[in-house]
Design a protein around this ligand. Structure first.
Ligand code: ZN
Ligand code: ZN
Ligand code: ZN
Length: 375
C-alpha cells in the first residue's frame, strides 16, 4: 500500500477515528493500540510511508493521551504532510537512537496492547525487550470491527470502486477469450482496472475450464478454448477503497449442465444478498447462500466461506462464515460470493460487494449475473 490517502478526509475525520479507536481499545480492556505502516495506519492517520522498513514507524494510541506517531527523522517531513498529521504529535528518532526506548516512554509498562496485524516481528520483539511487562494481541482479534462500518464518504468511495470494476467487466466481456492465454486476459483486466481509476490491482483471476475448479488459481499459461467456463475475479484499490467482483463467462454456447450450475450459483448469490439486513448474524448470509447449493445436491462443491469484509483492504473482517455471530450493522461492506467447483471440469463463482442499509442490503456491483457468452 503506497501513495497518499483519499482527499475527502480531513484532520478532524482522522481525529475522530483515532479517538474512537482509543475508546474501543479501552472498552476491550487494552492499554492502547500500536499501529505500524499499512491499512490501519492509513485509515487512522492518512499516512502511508512508501514501505514498512527496518526503521520503526509506529502510531501509539492510548486512551486519555494524544496520539503519537513515532517516525524516523528522515521520514518525518513526509509524515507531517499526511492529512491526519494535525491530529497527531510526531516523535522522531534519528539513526543510532533506540526507537523502542523512545516508544516505550509512551506506553504503560504493564499494559496489554492491540498491535496491527502487519507489524514486523522484529519491531514487536524490540518493544517487548524494552518493556518486558507488556503483552500484545493482534488488532483483528481484539477489535475486528474497528474499520468495518463505513461512513457516508467511505461508502461513496466504495461505490465508485465497485462501479469502476463493473466497467472493467463490461469491457472485458467484449474482448476475445478463445485462443488467448489466461495470463493475457488477466493483464487486460488489470489494465482496465487501472484505466478506470484503480491505483492498485490486488488480483485478476482468470480461471478457465478445469482451472476454474480451483478457487485459488490466479492466472496461468493455459490457452482458453471454445466450450470453457471462465471464472473472472478481480479487484484492487481506487482512491484508497477496495473493489472485488467475480463473474463467470462461457466461451461459446454452454451445455445444459453448465447453465444449470451457473443458475444455481446465481440463485445462491441472490439468497445470500437477500439475507442481508441489520441485526442478522454474518453466518446467516453464509447459511442462506449455502442452503441453495446444498439443497440442489452440490453442497460438497462449495468449498469456501460465502464472503469477507472489504474497505481500505480487499480482504478483512467481518467474514460471512458459519460460526460468525457478529450482527450486521448499516455501513458494513462485504462480499457475497458463493461458488461451485467441479474437480477436473469447471467452476462457477458470482461475487458482488454488498453494503448493509437501514432495511436490507445494497449491491455495489451491478453487471449482469446471467451467464455471459464470450467469443
Ligand atoms: Zn462449456
Ligand atoms: Zn473476488
Ligand atoms: Zn472476494
Amino acid at each position: 500500500m503506497t501513495g497518499t490517502a483519499p482527499a475527502p478526509f480531513t484532520a478532524d475525520d482522522y481525529r475522530a477515528r483515532m479517538a474512537r479507536a482509543a475508546r474501543e481499545a479501552a472498552d476491550a480492556g487494552l492499554a492502547g493500540l500500536l499501529v505500524a505502516p499499512g491499512p490501519d495506519l492509513v485509515w487512522l492517520t492518512g499516512y502511508a510511508p512508501p514501505a514498512a522498513t527496518e526503521r520503526l514507524t509506529l502510531l501509539a494510541l492510548a486512551p486519555g493521551h494524544d496520539p503519537v506517531l513515532v517516525v524516523p527523522t528522515l521520514e518525518a517531513p513526509d509524515a507531517a504532510k499526511a492529512a491526519g498529521a494535525p491530529a497527531l504529535t510526531l516523535r522522531d528518532w534519528t539513526d543510532g537512537k533506540d526507537p523502542y526506548a523512545v516508544t516505550a516512554g509512551l506506553l504503560e509498562p504493564r499494559g496489554r496492547f492491540g498491535v496491527s496485524d502487519n507489524t514486523w516481528a522484529m519491531h514487536l520483539l524490540g518493544l517487548q525487550r524494552a518493556l518486558p511487562g507488556t503483552s500484545y494481541a493482534a488488532l483483528t482479534e481484539v477489535l475486528p470491527m474497528l474499520r468495518a462500518v463505513k461512513d457516508p464518504a467511505e461508502l461513496e468511495l466504495m461505490a465508485a470502486a465497485g462501479a469502476a470494476a463493473d466497467r472493467a467487466f463490461e469491457e472485458i466481456r467484449t474482448m476475445p477469450f478463445a485462443g488467448r492465454r489466461e495470463s493475457e486476459v488477466g493483464a487486460d483486466l488489470a489494465g482496465l482496472l487501472r484505466r478506470f481509476g484503480h491505483s492498485q490491482v490486488d488480483f485478476t483471476i482468470v480461471a478457465s475450464g478445469p482451472n476454474g475448479a480451483n478457487p485459488h488459481h490466479e492466472v496461468g499459461d493455459r490457452v482458453i478454448a471454445r466450450g470453457d467456463m471462465v471464472v473472472l475475479d478481480f479487484g484492487g484499490l481506487k482512491d484508497g477503497y477496495g473493489s472485488d467482483t467475480s463473474r463467470t463467462v462461457h466461451v461459446g454456447e454452454p451445455t445444459d449442465e453448465e447453465r444449470r450450475v451457473h443458475d444455481l450459483v446465481r440463485e445462491a448469490q441472490e439468497a445470500g444478498f437477500r439475507a442481508v439486513r441489520p441485526g442478522v448474524a454474518c453466518q446467516e448470509v453464509d447459511r442462506a447462500a449455502r442452503a441453495v447449493i446444498a439443497d440442489a445436491g452440490y453442497g460438497a462443491y462449495f468449498i469456501h466461506r460465502t464472503g469477507h469484509g472489504i474497505g481500505v483492504t480487499t480482504h478483512e473482517p467481518p467474514y460471512m462464515i458459519e460460526g460468525e455471530e457478529q450482527p450486521l450493522v448499516p455501513g458494513m461492506c462485504f462480499s457475497v460470493e458463493p461458488g461451485v467447483y467441479l474437480p477436473g471440469r469447471f467452476g462457477v463463482r458470482i461475487e458482488d460487494i454488498v453494503t448493509v442499509t437501514e432495511d436490507g442490503g445494497r449491491r455495489l456491483n451491478d453487471t449482469t449475473r446471467e451467464l455471459v457468452v464470450v467469443g
